[in-house]
Design a protein around this ligand. Structure first.
Ligand SMILES: Nc1ncnc2c1ncn2[C@@H]1O[C@H](COP(=O)(O)OP(=O)(O)OP(=O)(O)O)[C@@H](O)[C@H]1O
Ligand SMILES: [Mg+2]
Length: 442
């Protein structure tokens, strides 16, 4: 400021020159200007500070995650609105309290250890700790970061975190619905297996019933004949007279029974052979599952498959089969399943329809074998055509169809290097299966 030895207002104004006054006035001007600019600077800084404070407050009140700022001594400095909501205490009440005090007794050691680690390493660390919340404890997944000053020293901590309860709940809900989906899917597959097993068993039971009752009736007759012969031979043994034996033979009608004996034995054998064939069929149906590819007659396999489905069926449907032998290479069990699915679908589509008819054809076509299954049912609506081969696509009521039949059949046809398509022939539905022919029956 003024450096003059005689400041204005001293008792020697007379000695004060004009120049000196000018200098004083300009010094005052400068000082005033300095003050004004200083004040402006202060106001600017104040505005900036105010803005910063608003900004910080906005952040602290808007973050949904937990945010706690602590000083160098690990005392609470600021907390987010979410912390206030969780703890039920305002920032004013929390401020200045030791940070570890916010957490449940059991978690304090871990929090303290983490703070020490962050202080020493000057790197962030993660810790799980239970916050003392208004309604009990709230487990948090916390990230503890150091606050560094200009010289890189730890000046405090910033804790951010998210309630684990919410995370766990979301995860539990997710895995719960995932589990439910898996269970439902498994149930569907099981239903499908049970349904086809049921159809098969109905066919088996029906088919076995005939020959077995045949065997049973014949065995019964054989037992009766055996009784008669025993009576006769007992008399022979006892030395009965010739006349008596002739009379006994007539009485027991032994001559006729000898002929019947043959018929009964043949009948029983036929029945047993029929049972053996059925069992053979069943073995073929179940065993070729993942077996090696063999050359087989598609016509024969298709016939067997179609007949199996028709056996288990209760409604009246006329099945026409027109086949020519054609050798293909593959797994007969799988191909049989395709035909069974196609015929079963046709049967289902024809339910309750008068004059229901299914036509199965197999014939060679160049280097391919072609099989068609057509019916005079309602057909597949245009809008559904792209979807019917999708897994689980079904128009049948729950428990009736799983929608796996066509998708499995499609997969099997592809595995055989063939195709399965819906053909355009109307008015009902028509499916066509192409399979490559086996070369020279090799
Ligand atoms: N011959 C057909 N006539 C009319 N619609 C058919 C015929 N075949 C299949 N569809 C339609 O295609 C859908 C899918 O058939 P797919 O065989 O894949 O499953 P599904 O028969 O419904 O059930 P699943 O075969 O598992 O018992 C059927 O629900 C049906 O709507
Ligand atoms: Mg089906």
């Amino acid at each position: 400021m003024a450096t003059h030895p005689h400041p204005p207002g001293s008792d020697s104004p007379a000695k004060f020159s004009d120049d000196a006054w000018v200098e004083v006035l300009s010094a005052m001007d400068r000082t005033y200007a300095d003050l004004v600019s200083y004040q402006e600077q202060l106001e600017r800084q104040n505005a900036e500070l105010q803005e910063m404070r608003t900004f910080l407050t906005a952040i602290l009140s808007s973050v949904s995650d937990v945010l706690i700022v602590a000083d160098r001594g690990a005392r609470v400095a600021r907390v987010s609105r979410s912390v206030e909501a969780l703890t039920g205490a305002g920032e004013a009440a929390l401020g200045g309290r030791p940070l570890v005090g916010l957490f449940a007794e059991a978690a304090r050691e871990a929090v303290e250890a983490t703070l020490a680690r962050v202080r020493d390493s000057r790197k962030g660390a993660q810790v799980e700790a239970e916050l003392l919340a208004a309604g009990g404890v709230e487990p948090l997944d916390l990230w503890v970061a150091p606050r560094l000053d200009d010289r890189g020293r730890v000046d405090g901590f910033v804790l951010t975190g998210r309630p684990l309860g919410a995370l766990r709940k979301a995860y539990a809900e997710l895995s719960e619905s995932h589990d439910a989906l898996k269970t439902a899917q498994a149930q569907l597959v099981r239903n499908e297996k049970l349904a086809s097993l049921g159809r098969l068993l109905a066919g088996v039971a029906h088919e076995l019933n005939n020959p077995i009752s045949f065997v049973y009736a014949n065995a019964h007759a054989l037992e009766r004949y055996a009784g008669k012969f025993e009576t006769y031979f007992a008399r022979v043994q006892e030395g009965a007279s010739r006349e008596e034996l002739i009379a006994l033979r007539q009485e027991l009608r032994l001559d006729r029974e000898v002929a019947n004996l043959r018929t009964a034995i043949e009948g029983a054998r036929e029945g047993a052979e029929r049972v053996r064939d059925i069992v053979e069929d069943l073995r073929r149906l179940s065993s070729d599952g993942s077996g090696v590819a063999v050359v087989f007659d598609l016509a024969q396999t298709a016939r067997t498959a179609a007949e199996w489905v028709m056996r288990g069926m209760k409604q009246p449907v006329v099945l026409t089969i027109e086949t020519e032998p054609v050798q293909v290479l593959g797994r007969p069990g799988h191909v049989q399943q395709v035909v069974m699915n196609l015929v079963q679908n046709a049967v289902d589509a024809l339910e309750g329809q008068a004059g229901a008819a299914i036509r199965l054809t197999v014939r060679p076509d160049g280097d391919r074998a072609v099989l068609t299954v057509s019916d005079n049912g309602p057909g597949v609506p245009e809008a559904l055509r792209p979807a019917i081969f999708d897994p689980f696509f079904t128009t049948k009521p729950v428990g009736r169809g799983t929608g796996l039949g066509l998708s499995i059949s499609h997969k099997i046809s592809e595995e055989h290097g063939g195709t399965l398509t819906l053909c355009d022939a109307g008015p009902g539905a028509c499916f066509r299966l192409y399979l490559p022919r086996a070369e020279g029956g090799a």
